[in-house]
Design a protein around this ligand. Structure first.
Ligand code: C2O
Ligand code: CU
Length: 665
């Protein structure tokens, strides 16, 4: 069974085990209070229920043992806390309660006075039920690593419930005693929480990961153009673009539409196509309306006195490893650009390939709404394909669309006529927050590039399908056959080359991208290791405890910043304990995939890799681009729910923080 299945099964069993023990206790208590004949029957049911609960509990132990095989990260809190809390009282129930229930089915009595037998028979059963419920609480409160605060909270709850029950099952006392017991337990719980620090105070992260010491990230800029004091005599081509954020309406061919935010009035924004070696200069202007106040339209005049009114904008060059100051993350590498304001980005296009750009201010809202576009860097020596097209997949509302070469998006089948025999490159960009399964049928094809980088030894695929992470890119190459070629996205026909006939969609197996291409020589020694355990647990985010997408049990802004030193090779282990897929995206670097679930990978460099539930990925990051970088899940809603943090270089600090309305997710 896969780890993901075991995780799901474990969650179901959690609830079933708790329900079974609670039911057993309830039935037993009823039976004890009934007259002999009826009581006998009820106690028989209780005994059967108890036996079932024991079996289910054993099953949970087995599932946990199976999960342990995938790694300690998946079971730490279960082995140390959740299981003992249910297994120990379950053993007592089996030894004490079950024989008495069975005796009761014969005699109609479990021996002793009713109060006494209730304590002896029902107390272990109820405590087992509490233990099972405490196990569920563990799953909600505790991730990996196990925190003393979380453990103390769960233990206190368990102890409180058990103590109150012991009192209530005893000889009749004044109800005051029960309340006193309950009060004591609540106090104990509060004390445990405070001491354990389970609810840390939610102070705002100030962004100064290296204590404000060292070089400011602001100084790590792209090169100045030669004309502006750059290296004299450098004969470089400067490519200048202006991207103006402004409202627009998207009209879909099927009749639907959406109010959007756009760059230059078009969604996707203009395709920025440059050549390797070019100096790229992009002027970002924000002409989105100023909201609040009188809701007046933006006049285009700077309003420095009024930051954070309206929708701020930045441009992040997704997958392009630009100098840190050009990375476009509000609160980390710059302040958000507010309506009326302008910002200039400058970087040298050193790496060829397929990339994209998007706003990083309120990105979970802004990117789905249209503030994105594609970036293609043509290699200095041209690609061998004569047909070269960029494809952006994007969902507006609930409608998946395709935009070819920056044209208006279509939610119907797009047609493309290509000369038979032409070598063709389709650059597919997933600008959505969910992964997509691609299929290409009608011709054998190759994955020529992944996340911008060429794949060495790319082999022909025939009818195979591909899993493309949110934010990821694949360049697919093929020779146009005499017949049609069909591209499907999410099993939906989306692009037809040379119809009118439509070939059957690709239905082959999904390629394991981590095993594709010729294996690279991978680093074997690492200067540093770090583990990111992804989960969904109760954590403090935005100053309040909430169900958050967490890394090592914490949510933004409380996730500790991994700090690396320039030149180091870092091994990062990413473990997904949860039930959601997380496309992890470290900024400023491509990581080499070392292994997935313990199976060695070919080492493709990627900037966005999809860690599915139960998976363990090992990747290598070479610290060759100093800065303070964002690192996050590119399911942008998950980032907004806490799954974002920094990766900082020793000796680099940022003057920006989350004040002034900066809000990266
Ligand atoms: Cu495409 Cu930080 O993101
Ligand atoms: Cu995620």
């Amino acid at each position: 069974m896969t780890t993901a299945r075991l995780i799901a099964l474990d969650q179901i069993l959690f609830v079933l085990v708790a329900a079974a023990w609670a039911a057993t206790a309830g039935i037993a208590l009823t039976g004890l209070r009934q007259p002999a004949a009826a009581g006998r029957r009820t106690l028989l049911i209780a005994a059967a229920s108890c036996a079932a609960a024991i079996v289910m509990t054993a099953l949970r132990v087995a599932v946990t043992a199976g999960l342990a095989g995938a790694g300690w990260w998946f079971v730490a809190e279960k082995v140390t806390l959740a299981l003992p809390l249910v297994v120990v009282p379950a053993l007592v129930s089996a030894a004490v309660s079950l024989p008495r229930l069975l005796r009761g089915t014969a005699t109609g009595s479990t021996g002793g006075s009713t109060a006494g037998s209730a304590r002896v028979v029902a107390f272990p059963l109820l405590v087992t039920a509490y233990g099972a419920v405490a196990g569920i609480a563990c799953g909600v409160v505790i991730s990996y690593p196990v925190t003393t605060g979380g453990a103390a909270a769960v233990l206190a709850l368990f102890a409180a419930a058990s103590a109150v029950t012991w009192r209530l099952l005893g000889p009749a006392r004044s109800p005051r005693h029960a309340w006193q017991a309950a009060g004591t337990c609540v106090l104990a719980l509060a004390l445990a929480l405070t001491i354990g620090g389970g609810w840390p105070s939610g102070h705002l992260h100030t962004g100064h990961d290296t204590g404000g010491r060292g070089v400011s990230v602001d100084l790590l800029r792209g090169p100045a153009p030669a004309s502006a004091g750059g290296p004299a005599g450098a004969r470089e081509r400067i490519r200048r673009f202006t991207l103006t954020a402004q409202p627009a309406t998207v009209r879909l061919p099927s009749g639907g539409g959406a109010e959007a935010w756009s760059f230059n009035g078009q969604v996707p924004g203009p395709v920025l196509r440059v050549r390797q070696g070019d100096l790229v200069e992009v002027v970002l202007r924000n002409r989105l309306p100023v909201q609040g106040g009188s809701g007046q339209e933006n006049t285009g005049q700077p309003n420095p006195g009024q930051p954070n009114t309206g929708q701020g904008v930045t441009i992040h060059w997704h997958g392009y490893d630009v100098p840190a100051a050009e990375d476009g993350v509000p609160g980390v590498t710059q302040d958000a650009v507010w309506p009326g304001q302008t910002h200039v980005y400058r970087f040298r296009a050193e790496d060829a390939g397929t990339y994209w750009y998007h706003s990083h201010q309120n990105s979970s809202v802004a990117v789905p709404r249209g503030l994105f576009g594609l970036l293609v860097v043509d290699p200095a020596t041209p690609v061998p394909e004569s047909e070269d097209h960029v494809l952006a997949l994007h969902t507006f509302g609930s409608r998946p669309t395709l935009s070819v070469d920056g044209a208006a998006p279509s939610d119907l089948l797009t047609r493309l006529a290509l000369p038979p025999g032409a070598r063709t490159r389709l650059r597919v960009v997933n600008t959505d927050t969910q992964p997509v399964v691609l299929g290409l049928s009608g011709a054998p094809y190759r994955i020529a590039a992944v996340d911008g980088g060429d794949v060495p030894g790319a082999t022909d695929l025939d009818g195979a399908r591909l899993h493309l992470a949110a934010g990821g890119r694949y360049d697919l190459t093929f020779t146009v056959p005499s017949g049609p070629v069909l591209l499907t996205a999410g099993d939906r026909p989306t692009l037809l080359v040379n119809g009118p006939a439509t070939p059957p969609p690709a239905a082959g197996p999904v390629v394991d991208i981590t095993r594709y291409g010729t294996p690279a020589v991978l680093p074997a020694r690492f200067d540093r290791e770090t583990t990111w355990v992804l989960d969904k647990t109760l954590a403090v985010s935005g100053g309040l405890p909430r169900l958050a997408q967490t890394v090592n049990g914490k949510a933004w802004p409380n996730i500790p910043t991994p700090v690396v030193r320039q030149g180091e090779t870092v091994r990062i282990r990413v473990v997904n304990r949860g039930t959601d897929t997380h496309p992890m995206h470290p900024h400023g670097h491509h990581v080499r995939i070392l292994s997935r679930n313990g199976v060695p990978a070919t080492g493709l460099p990627m900037d966005t890799f999809d860690v599915a539930p139960g998976e363990v990925w090992e990747v290598a990051l070479v610290a060759d681009n100093p800065g303070v970088w964002m690192s996050h899940c590119h399911d942008l809603a998950h980032a907004a729910q806490g799954m974002e943090f920094h990766l900082a270089y020793e000796g680099v600090s940022t003057p920006y923080d989350m004040a002034n309305g900066n809000h990266p997710a």
